[in-house]
Write a protein that binds this ligand. Structure first.
Ligand code: XMP
Length: 489
């Protein structure tokens, strides 16, 4: 008889690595001398941009539009505007995020004295603002507020109703000085002018209030909220238009480790000033290729096929589960001495998963499902069986792809298969409440690991595997839960 020899293919099966996912592992409790309240979860989204919490909302059309991006940045995290829309629509979203707050508004929306009140009202409504400086040949000549136009005839001219007696300030004024002037004159808007009387900016009472209301917010040097937007490496035009407004661009490619994609990104990086996060990647080899070919990369989006709305792994039998992917990429970055933040993307269900992803080497976590549940997500709110849910769909789902703008993420024309599903997630209210719960849970997890910051979590935490049988013991068991009695089970 011919001896049974082990060839290439059987070895391939027998030497298959175990790609652990969130469900497989837990963190061992470590020696701890920190209280959760002392734990610092500040981190980096990219080489140049810091976050106060390690949470990022996914670029998906049921997750991140203007409202979510504003809410995430105010909480200290980041929202990535989706790209399943026209360039104009995405740019408009970015502009709105940037205009939501600032120390000094630079691109002030103005009106001319000869325009009508109807035109002025339209401008206020379009830009969601409550007042307009009036500018004549570049010089500030008045200010028109919502109050001035409330019961006014629409065909009246702006010059008839504007306030001409203006309180202004010069460039370089501090926030404290501006606050005093606004208070002293009981006004809401303070135009900044140069020595010739030309309008240079606007400080508003609302912006100053917001700084106090959201102390954890992440802002750029002009006091505007940090904002990111998704792009395709093949759409340089969109990237260049967005580059003028956002701080971070994020490539939105299901399988970034592809010669053509990397080549296109190389060209794109040469034309872009914003930090660029690339992905998704899932292996050590992909990280090696990316960092050796794309010097300007500022962040890596890591995880392939773990998303809750994703059917890639099931249908294509290909993927790199987020936890495995993060650890593999983190190892590559360490081996090559590359200091690039990793964003763990897909499959995060709760604070414990956030802690695991960070412990595996990530700097921040990207989530769609957890944030699609919020009021600020654009998905439709529906009631099913007397409970509230929000619509949530994969960007590779048939209905998302029907909009066609993000078709190239899943190259559907060539593959001809959907890689995502659509459904509903339970409604959870405002982002601030969801973030608060995640942050408290994360800090508690880090407390168990004995880590007082994310760097310590990388170094100190240890994982153990729970057997499939033992997994039952890691959840509530042998007790009838209220949720089960409600379902009548
Ligand atoms: P969660 O688990 O938070 O994951 O729902 C969100 C991430 O999933 C990715 N994504 C998809 N992956 N098919 C996929 O294979 C899809 O249709 C799809 N849509 C989004 C994406 O990385 C997102 O951040």
């Amino acid at each position: 008889m011919v001896p049974l020899k082990k060839g290439k293919f059987r070895s391939k099966i027998e030497s298959a690595e175990v790609a652990f996912t969130f469900h497989d592992l837990i963190m061992l409790p470590g020696r701890s001398s920190v209280e959760p309240s002392e734990i610092d979860i500040r981190t980096k989204a990219t080489k140049n941009h810091k976050l106060n919490i390690p949470l990022i909302s996914s670029p998906m059309d049921t997750v991140t539009e203007t409202e979510m991006a504003i809410a995430m940045a105010r909480e200290g995290g980041l929202g990535v505007l989706h790209r399943n829309c026209s360039v104009e629509e995405q740019v408009e979203m970015a502009k709105k995020v940037k205009r939501a707050e600032s120390v000094v508004i630079k691109d002030v929306v103005t009106v001319e004295p000869g325009q009508t009140i109807a035109e002025a009202v339209r401008l206020m409504e379009t830009h969601e603002i409550s007042g307009l400086p009036v500018v004549d040949c570049g010089k500030l000549v008045g200010i028109l507020t919502e109050r001035d136009v409330r019961f006014a005839k629409p065909d009246l001219k702006v010059r008839a109703l504007m306030t001409k007696d203006l309180v202004t300030a010069s460039e370089g004024i501090s926030i404290e000085e501006a606050k005093e002037i606004l208070h002293e004159h009981r006004i809401e808007k303070l135009p900044i002018v140069d020595e010739k009387g030309a309008l240079k900016g606007l400080i508003t009472f609302k912006d100053i209030l917001l700084r106090g209301k959201y102390p954890d917010a992440v802002r750029d040097e002009e006091g505007q909220l940090l904002c990111a937007a998704a792009i395709s490496p093949f759409d340089v035009e969109r990237a260049k238009r967005l580059d003028r407004y956002v701080d971070i661009l994020v490539t939105d490619v299901a399988h970034f480790h592809n010669t053509e994609v990397i080549g296109a990104t190389e060209k794109l990086l040469a034309e872009i000033g914003a930090d660029v996060i690339v992905g998704n990647i899932g292996t050590y080899e992909a990280a090696e290729d990316v960092i050796s070919k794309l010097e300007k990369v500022s962040g890596l989006r890591v995880g392939v096929g773990s998303g809750s709305i994703c059917v890639t792994t099931e249908v294509m039998r290909a993927g790199a589960p987020t936890l495995y992917a993060v650890a593999s990429v983190a190892d590559a970055l360490r081996d090559y001495g590359a200091n690039i933040p990793i964003i763990a993307d897909g499959g995060v269900k709760n604070a414990g998963d956030v802690a695991l992803a960070l412990a595996a080497g990530a700097s921040a976590v990207m989530a769609g499902n957890l944030f699609a549940r919020c009021k600020e997500a654009p998905g439709t709110l529906v009631t099913i069986g007397g409970r509230y849910y929000k619509q949530y769909r994969g960007m590779g789902s048939p209905s998302a792809m029907a909009k066609r703008y993000s078709l190239d993420r899943y190259s559907a024309p060539s593959k001809g298969v959907a890689e995502g599903v659509e459904g509903w997630v339970p409604y959870k209210g405002e982002v601030s409440a969801v973030v608060k719960e995640l942050v408290s849970g994360l800090k508690a997890s880090m407390g168990y690991a004995g880590a007082k910051n994310i760097q310590e979590l990388w170094e100190k935490s240890k994982f153990v595997m729970v057997s499939p049988l033992g997994a039952g013991e890691t959840r509530p068991h042998d007790v009838l839960l209220p949720s089960e009695t409600e379902r009548g089970t």
